[in-house]
Design a protein around this ligand. Structure first.
Ligand code: ATP
Ligand code: MG
Length: 427
């Protein structure tokens, strides 16, 4: 029978890698906790209309990347391509917006994209959202929290913060009109994607990687000249706060985001160490979205980190913790030995829950059990044979001893097991 494999772009995360994921997840949760953010857990599937109304009908995500299907009742559902829409939906529906909220969530997201390094169809994000504060001190807080995290993860010197302000919806509308007017008469100079976007999502053209398109844009209108006074003042204050906090940044006037709901501050944390998929965290202000989704007008700002890209970065920079080794492997030959070993091992785990102890299962001779102990990578074998059972003792044998101390093994009374094992492991 042919083998059934995973869906393209939807990866297994293997045991050798989960230590790094857990480390990253723990570090993020700790930093977010230290800034007073609370976790919210959200469904993976939402009504399709939620994403159409928030992300925008003519964005790449909604046009061609969503996993959308009818359920058995004929209602259109979508596997979430991002987390902000669901978080806003929940905040409105659950009445969380009466006071400022600092929230975070984590989990899988789904986009039908071309899989490559750092780009999957099922990927994971940790998102951070803050509701109810319109002033740029909140923008600074969100950025600072990221900077703190990079510092803790040992990634601070490979991250660049890019910042921009895209202004109010009106400013963007005016700029959009000017940009389209400018580009319309130069349409044949643009790359194919940009030509298509000219009539659907022209701001995305600023994002183009094509050198000729970028050269055309150099001559065109600048978003900066269209910014309203409030956006300009907020941006200046944000820059001031970041300087005061010692966070370096680069102003990138072409930085726009692929989702329609952003206004004012947008930012990306970019690294050069991952090739083309260099953006590891992206976000911005979205003051209009809550009202757009039917809630009372509430200012908001958020960002999302790409977990796969952060894991890759940790691994490439040698900052990923190794998978933890097994401390002890329990070998017990014979039925009585197995009973005694079982009891002693349970007790040991209760006393020292941080130890990783594997109890041999599946029977077999002393020799074959010892082979498995060796293969497990354990540092120590705890051995119960006939002699040990009769004497209520146990043999503690070092498996990773160097040539000279090869015979490092002692037989001790059961009550001395814990101290003997700890001493052997401390070696
Ligand atoms: P990109 O320009 O790389 O496509 P994006 O602008 O579509 O990113 P966002 O929607 O802002 O990305 O998502 C925030 C972060 O989530 C990204 O910066 C990235 O780290 C991560 N991310 C987005 N799409 C994917 C994907 N398909 N696979 C892995 N990570 C992703
Ligand atoms: Mg994308």
């Amino acid at each position: 029978m042919s083998e059934i494999t995973a869906i393209r772009g939807m990866n297994d995360i293997l045991p050798g890698d989960t230590a790094c994921w857990q480390y990253l997840e723990r570090s993020i949760a700790a930093v977010l906790g230290s800034y007073g953010y609370s976790e919210i857990r959200l469904p993976v599937v939402e009504k399709t209309a939620l994403f159409k109304r928030s992300i925008g009908e003519v964005t790449d995500i909604v046009e061609k990347e969503m996993y959308t299907f009818d359920d058995r009742n004929g209602d259109s559902m979508t596997l979430r391509p991002e987390g902000t829409a669901g978080c806003v939906r929940a905040a409105i529906q659950q009445g969380l917006l009466g006071t400022p909220q600092r929230l975070w969530y984590a989990g899988p997201m789904f986009r039908y994209e071309r899989p490559q390094k750092g780009r999957q169809r099922q990927f994971h994000q940790t998102g951070v959202e803050s509701f109810g504060v319109a002033t740029p001190d909140m923008d600074a807080e969100l950025i600072l929290l990221c900077a703190t995290l990079w510092r803790q993860l040992g990634l601070v010197d490979c991250m660049e913060l890019q910042l921009n302000s895209i202004g109010s919806a009106d400013a963007r509308k005016a700029y959009r009109a000017a940009l389209v007017e400018f580009l319309q008469v130069r349409v044949e100079l643009l790359d194919e994607d940009s030509q298509r976007r000219l009539h659907t999502n022209p701001l995305r053209i600023l994002d183009s990687k094509n050198a000729q398109t970028q050269a055309v844009l150099d001559e065109g209108p600048s978003l900066e000249d269209f910014l309203d006074d409030e956006a300009e003042a907020d941006f200046a204050r944000l820059c001031e706060l970041l300087q005061a906090a010692g966070v370096n940044y680069v102003v990138n006037r072409r930085l726009v985001r692929g989702l329609d709901y952003y206004n004012k501050t947008v930012f990306e944390w970019v690294t050069r160490d991952l090739g083309a998929q260099g953006t590891v965290c992206a976000g911005g202000r979205y003051d209009g979205l809550v009202a757009q989704l039917g809630g009372r007008a509430t200012p908001a700002i958020g960002c999302a980190m790409g977990m796969e890209r952060l894991v890759l970065l940790l691994m490439e920079r040698g900052e990923a913790p190794a998978a933890p080794a097994i401390d002890a492997y329990v070998v017990a030959v014979g039925s009585d030995a197995q009973c005694q070993a079982l009891r002693a091992t349970e007790e040991l785990r209760a006393q020292k829950p941080q130890l990783r102890i594997v109890q041999h299962a599946g029977g077999g001779s002393f020799k074959s059990q010892m082979k498995k102990a060796d293969k497990s990578g354990a540092r120590v074998a705890l051995i119960w044979g006939e002699d040990e059972v009769a004497a209520r003792s146990v043999t503690v044998k070092s498996l990773r001893a160097s040539e000279g101390e090869r015979a490092a093994q002692v037989t001790v009374a059961l009550r001395d097991l814990e101290t003997t094992l700890c001493a052997a492991l401390a070696h």
